[in-house]
Design a protein around this ligand. Structure first.
Ligand SMILES: Cc1cc2nc3c(=O)[nH]c(=O)nc-3n(C[C@H](O)[C@H](O)[C@H](O)COP(=O)(O)OP(=O)(O)OC[C@H]3O[C@@H](n4cnc5c(N)ncnc54)[C@H](O)[C@@H]3O)c2cc1C
Length: 487
């Protein structure tokens, strides 16, 4: 995959150096290279992509997305929308349903692309789902660019204010709109992506945004694995003259070639080590207060056949939320914050090979499932994750040919951005959703005019959307514009 990437920089100086080649580092590289700047990307690992890698993690012929698999945000992202499909050819595959949520007695709640269709299956909550999502779907063209954009005065202040009042709510508060088990469970699965306890502000807002992204854009996977997204972005940046060097961990600024600006696709903890006293002590102290959330324990499976879900609708979605009722999921999400492990975790499961035959040999399948655990925890969750899947898909275990389990410390070893297994680049509570990585007017700029943050530790935060990198690159071009100009 990396044959076209170098092992050492070719020049002694660049307009811009980007440390890290995750989706945000690559988006920054594309944005700067499109503006005609000379760009060098330095990646610590042997392969590019950060959270966008795919690998034969279990058996030869089985391609697993090691991290991101479901691209809920990329179709909504102005950065991806503005890429020419000729230059960055990506084959998004849309499963018939964005998400399914199995329940007891063979029932399932499903999230369709149409909010009205979703609502019509929710019995007593048909009206409530429509009332919540109908107006949001109508305003999505305003909401998504604003939510994924930099902090600024909104174009449609009243629409945004109404949305903000919903978005800051807790999952418990939002779920009070629903009375039936299906709608409450379906919403709980969405809210669990916030990785916050359900009484905390924003846990409901994240759930609303995710369900909305399914109603507006669908939740595609990328044919050939998420690595294709990284590869295509990198190839495009290289075609514009950018250089990418792998196996190149940066420990200190002094180690890297000269450059007018440096963009950091890393979390504050790593940035502090790299930058040292090139930042004033006061800013360093603020970054030290940046908080990470809980971790994840994940299992990747190579399977002898599709997962035998009791409810066949679960085979229509690449994402399946496995955890039962709202109350069960609320407890599963609260426990890791108390430092404990639950017997019945909420499992976020993907089964991409059902919709993309390139992921496994004919008739075989790949899937992964992860649950939230206390930060840094080493206790194995494999049995409990598999028991949850078995609960809604009897016979699942018999289909497992091979598995690979990953704990929070494994994640941190895999990518130093995953501190204690936190896959979100820092907790996304109300404060850190906006003051990210710290409170300042432009979160991408730092007190050193040469240095910029571009990772998911800046707004709009985690997920594959490239907007942190894109905004950081634009900030660098704006604030260092003249000095970045090619002579
Ligand atoms: C298990 C898992 C599942 C996920 N599922 C999804 C999903 O389905 N959908 C979704 O949208 N998102 C998902 N995510 C989240 C998503 O992957 C991240 O939010 C996204 O990758 C963050 O992008 P980034 O560019 O900020 O950082 P990263 O992707 O973390 O990339 C940072 C890069 O910097 C490199 N680096 C770090 N330190 C240094 C250094 N000192 N020198 C040089 N290089 C360095 C790292 O090796 C890495 O390649 C998932 C994440 C995980 C772990």
């Amino acid at each position: 995959m990396n044959s076209s990437y170098g092992s050492t920089p070719r020049q002694s100086s660049y307009d811009a150096i980007i440390i890290g080649s995750g989706p945000n580092g690559l988006a920054a590289a594309v944005t700067l290279a499109e503006a005609g700047r000379s760009v060098l990307v330095l990646e610590a690992a042997a392969t590019i992509g950060g959270g966008l890698r795919s690998s034969a993690w279990t058996l030869p012929g089985f391609l697993h997305d090691t991290c991101a698999s479901i691209h809920a945000l990329a179709p909504m992202s102005p950065f991806f929308q503005n890429l020419s499909p000729d230059r960055v050819p990506l084959e998004w595959v849309y499963p018939p349903l964005p998400c399914a949520h199995p329940l007891a007695d063979g029932r399932a709640a499903v999230l369709s692309r149409s909010f009205a269709e979703t609502a019509s299956e929710l019995g007593p909550d048909e009206q409530a789902w429509s009332r919540l999502f109908g107006p949001l779907v109508r305003d999505a063209g305003v909401l998504f660019p604003q939510v994924l954009g930099p902090l600024c005065f909104p174009r449609r202040p009243i629409t945004m204010m109404k949305f903000a009042l919903k978005a800051i709510r807790s999952a418990e508060a939002v779920a009070r709109r629903f009375s039936g088990e299906e709608a409450r469970a379906l919403f709980a699965g969405m809210a669990a992506h916030s990785i916050l306890p359900f009484h905390r502000a924003m846990s409901g807002g994240v759930g609303i945004m995710l369900a909305l992204s399914a109603h507006v854009g669908g939740w595609p996977i990328c044919r050939g694995g998420s690595q294709q997204v990284a590869r295509r972005l990198a190839d495009y940046a290289v075609s514009l003259g950018a250089e990418i060097v792998v196996n190149s961990p940066v420990r200190a600024l002094e180690e890297i070639p000269n450059s007018r600006v440096v963009l950091l696709d890393v979390v504050p903890r790593t940035a502090l080590r790299i930058v040292g006293d090139a930042w004033p002590a006061r800013y360093r102290r603020r970054l030290q207060r940046f908080r990470h959330g809980i971790g994840v324990a994940k299992v990747d499976w190579a399977l002898d056949g599709p997962i035998p879900w009791s409810n066949p609708l679960c085979a229509q979605a690449a994402t399946v939320h496995v955890g039962g009722t709202f109350e069960e999921i609320a407890e599963a999400e609260a426990a890791p914050w108390r430092g404990t492990h639950v017997e019945r975790p909420f499992v976020l499961l993907t089964q991409p090979s059902l919709f993309d035959p390139t992921r496994a040999p004919p008739g075989k399948h790949t899937a992964w499932g992860y649950c939230h655990v206390p930060g840094g925890a080493v206790e194995s969750m494999t049995d409990r994750i598999e028991a949850q899947v078995e609960r809604f898909a009897p016979g699942f275990r018999e289909r497992i040919l091979a598995r690979r389990a990953t704990s929070p410390p494994d994640w941190e070893g895999y990518n130093p951005n995953y501190v204690g297994g936190d896959i979100t680049g820092g907790m996304m509570d109300l404060r850190q959703a906006f003051a990210r990585p710290t409170h300042c007017w432009n979160p991408y700029a730092t007190p050193n005019p040469r240095l910029f943050f571009c990772s998911s530790s800046t707004p709009p935060g985690p997920g594959v959307h490239g907007m942190c990198g894109h905004h950081a690159a634009r900030t660098a071009l704006r604030t260092r514009g003249r000095r970045l100009a090619v002579s």
